[in-house]
Each structure stands twice: as structure tokens, then as C-alpha cells.
Design a binder for this molecule. Structure first.
Ligand code: CP
Length: 309
């Protein structure tokens, strides 16, 4: 794997192998295989979870971290994302983690940059590392995706998570349903829409999404949204015994979900965040291994071995 742009690019075997690597990292005490390799985190959009869990993942792997700050960088002088990425490659970054509000950079950069690029959220279509941590969280719970009824509910139209997850879950054998208020549906996704009342009764997993006000360009009224389209306590009481609640977060408490449900027994929202660290470690590892990247210590060992022949 040269870059990690979409979950679609992974075979099922590769996807499950990443789960295995993630789980093995969770239980290892000392993990510093990549000291002296550099990771550049280029976030052109706000992020807490994705950015910080990449930083934790990189530090656990022993990497040096180049934390790009837009406000102090030459992007303020008009430098493009493409030239910024080329610059980090030129100065020695070994992996680039990129988030941007658009996805039109992906093709150019993937074709022209030889170091691994990880899509940390692009445009409205893809958020593949979020998708991987969501899949891992469901897999931990059920051990399989086959026949699971999974409802993705909320602002489907503007959610990159919905697009990545619907496709991946469908491929893995889950039954995918969508639930959205009028105006938040996306007809490009070919899955049945159901009400939140129905979702609560039949779902094994309800995956809630926040309303992405920043992508609408206009603010809309949220009066009665929770009662009509969100996960209320009344609906949660109708969920199956084993059913779980996911949300990529940030959560708008009291809008798409009652605030008391965010940390309820069914909620795996903070578990998802924890899984994010380990699945990102696994993705970085696969990219560096596939590229044959190695650190100075390994090079020194190779040179010593060479000189002693
Ligand atoms: N889920 C997610 O992508 O959160 P951040 O925007 O905080 O990274």
C-alpha cells in the first residue's frame, strides 16, 4: 500500500490484518520501531480527535512529529496544499497525514509524492481512518459484520464519515440503513431510509452523526431536531439489549443525541476514540513497512553488517 486514501483500496484480508496489528499494539508496553522517522501532520481544517490520536500514534511508534500550524506557515503567503506537501517531502518527512475541506488535492498529491500519504478527512466523501476505527469498534463487539443491521443517522449529506462507512459496511456484509431529516439525505447513497423510531427498534448499531453546520454555509434551526430525528432516551429504551451507539464526535449534546446517552452503557463513543490511536498506529506501520522505510539505527546496523563482511 503506497498511500491510505480510502477504505475501498483495502482487500478484506488487509483490513482484518490492520485490526490484528491494532490489537497487538494495544497490549505492547514498549513500541518505538520508527525513531528517527518523521511524520508531518498537515491539518487545514480543525480537528481534535484525528489530529491528536495521530500524534499519540506517532509518538508511541517512536516517530518524530512535524506539527504544521497553518497560522504560522507559508500557506498564509498563498502556498498551496500541493507545494506544502512537496516541501515536507523535500525536507525529509517519511509520512504525511492530511486533512482538508476539499478532496481535489488527492489525485495530484498521490501521483506526485512518493512518501506515504494518509487521508485524515477530505471533502465530504472520505474519512478512512475514522471508518477503520468505527469498523474495529463494531468488530470488537460482534466479531463479524455479517447480517448486522447498522443505521447511520443524521446529516448524511454533508458527512464524509457516512460515505466511507456505508460503503465499507456494505462490502463487509452488514445491512446498512440511513436515517435523516429532510434536506440531510444523500440520494447518491443507495441504501434504504428509515425513521429513528424504526432504527431504535431494529438496529444492532446506531451510528449517529452531528449536523455539519460548517459545510452548509447557512445555519438552520435545531428546534425539535432531537425529538424528531435524534436519539432520545425514549428511543434508546426501545433498542435491542445488545445494541450499541457510535458517534464519530464531536457530539452536539442534546441535538442528535440526548446528553445522558453520550456516556451511557450502550455508548462506545469514547471507545471509538481509544481505538483511533491503535488503528492509526497500524495504518502508519503498514505504509512504512510496505515502503521499506527504516530508521538510522537500522541503517547503521546494515552498514556495520556490510563493513564486517
Ligand atoms: N471524528 C473526528 O474526525 O473528529 P475531529 O474532527 O475532532 O478530528
Amino acid at each position: 500500500m503506497q498511500h491510505f486514501i480510502s477504505v475501498d483500496q483495502l482487500t478484506e484480508d488487509e483490513l482484518y490484518a490492520l485490526f490484528e496489528t491494532a490489537e497487538s499494539y494495544r497490549f505492547r508496553q514498549i513500541i518505538k520501531p520508527y525513531n528517527q522517522l518523521f511524520a508531518a501532520n498537515l491539518f487545514f481544517e480543525p480537528s481534535t480527535r484525528t489530529k491528536m490520536s495521530f500524534i499519540v500514534a506517532e509518538k508511541k511508534l517512536g516517530m518524530e512529529m512535524l506539527d504544521h500550524h497553518n497560522e504560522n506557515s507559508s500557506t498564509r503567503k498563498g502556498e498551496s496544499l500541493y507545494d506544502t506537501a512537496k516541501t515536507y517531502e523535500a525536507i525529509g518527512a517519511d509520512v504525511l497525514v492530511i486533512r482538508d475541506a476539499s478532496d481535489d488535492w488527492i489525485e495530484d498529491i498521490s501521483d506526485s509524492i512518493s512518501i506515504p500519504i494518509i487521508n485524515a478527512g477530505a471533502g465530504q466523501k472520505e474519512h478512512p481512518t475514522q471508518c477503520m476505527l468505527d469498523l474495529l469498534t463494531i468488530f470488537q463487539e460482534y466479531g463479524s459484520f455479517d447480517g448486522l443491521k447498522i443505521v447511520i443517522a443524521g446529516d448524511i449529506k454533508h458527512s464524509r464519515v457516512a460515505h466511507s462507512n456505508a460503503a465499507a459496511l456494505n462490502r463487509l456484509g452488514a445491512e446498512v440503513y440511513l436515517s435523516a431529516a429532510p434536506g440531510f439525505e444523500d440520494t447518491s447513497l443507495d441504501f434504504p431510509y428509515i425513521s429513528m423510531d424504526k432504527a431504535a427498534e431494529m438496529a444492532d448499531v446506531i451510528m449517529l452523526l452531528r449536523i455539519q453546520h460548517e459545510r452548509h454555509g447557512v445555519s438552520c434551526s435545531m428546534d425539535n431536531y432531537l425529538d424528531q430525528y435524534g436519539l432520545t432516551i425514549e428511543r434508546e429504551r426501545k433498542m435491542k439489549n445488545e445494541a450499541i451507539i457510535l458517534h464519530p464526535a464531536p457530539v452536539n449534546r442534546g441535538v442528535e443525541i440526548d446528553t445522558d446517552l453520550v456516556e451511557c452503557e450502550r455508548s462506545r463513543i469514547f471507545k471509538q476514540m481509544n481505538n483511533g490511536v491503535y488503528i492509526r498506529m497500524a495504518i502508519i506501520t503498514k505504509l512504512l513497512e510496505d515502503r521499506g522505510s527504516t530508521n538510522e539505527n537500522t541503517i547503521n546496523q546494515c552498514q556495520t553488517a556490510f563493513l564486517s563482511v
